[in-house]
Design a protein around this ligand. Structure first.
Ligand code: SAH
Length: 202
């Protein structure tokens, strides 16, 4: 893992360390389903994106439901041309040079000026279909590629993508540690399986 290079910019281990040191997601609002991605997993995911040729210094990135911005900031550190973090909960916002924030609901984002969308949205476990506006915003946007982290149990992502003119596949899986307040829907000891989908236009 140490020697995986993220293009000319950074090695995977350094990216994981930088992301692990971000101010943590405040985890304050259960109704917003704030499951934060950990630094190591975020870095592995971003390395996968770079290796697939979906992220380079030309790429404009938008992170929807950004939380502390870990995914978007990871893309920024891997060399993205620009990074916009869209997050409803202002308590998540912190100063980070080189990235912009849009503090507001996902539907307030225009969908313009984007090549790559990365997101770990609310999964819809607390509020049914809370992920829907995120999926629709992504598939209606100008992006050419969309990466989504969701519960490995989710079965609706590909059918919805296909109905909106996109196609894709699962490219990465992992186990996700849940904060204690979510333990009522854990599958094992505070851990739940996640998958990452990569979607492109059909
Ligand atoms: N992407 C971050 C956070 C994931 S949790 C990470 O991977 O760590 C999902 C995030 O979506 C939370 O921070 C929550 O506040 C935000 N969110 C939930 N509903 C939203 C909405 N309608 N519009 C914008 N952000 C929303």
């Amino acid at each position: 893992m140490d020697f995986v290079s993220l293009g000319p910019f950074m090695r995977l281990r350094h990216l994981a360390m930088a992301l692990s040191n971000l101010p943590p997601h405040p985890h304050l609002d259960v109704s917003l389903e704030q499951y934060a991605t950990e630094g190591d997993f975020a870095a592995r995911w971003i390395a996968e994106i770079v290796q697939r040729g979906d992220l380079d210094e030309q790429t404009r990135v938008v992170d929807l439901g950004a939380g502390n911005g870990i995914l978007g900031i990871g893309c920024h550190l891997a060399g993205a041309a620009s990074t916009l973090l869209v997050e409803k909960d202002q308590r998540c916002q912190h100063d980070y040079e080189g990235v912009e924030w849009l503090i507001g609901d996902v539907h307030e984002w225009s969908g313009d000026d984007v090549d790559l969308i990365i997101m770990n949205p609310p999964w819809g476990a607390q509020i049914a279909m809370a992920d829907r506006p995120f999926l629709e915003a992504a598939f209606n946007s100008e992006a050419g590629v969309v990466y989504i982290l969701h519960s490995a149990k989710a079965t609706h992502i590909l059918p919805l993508a296909e109905s909106m003119g996109w196609k894709g596949e699962i490219v990465l899986g992992g186990a996700f540690r849940l904060p204690p307040q979510y333990e009522h829907h854990q599958s094992r000891e505070g851990v739940t399986d996640v998958s990452i989908w990569r979607l492109i236009r059909n």
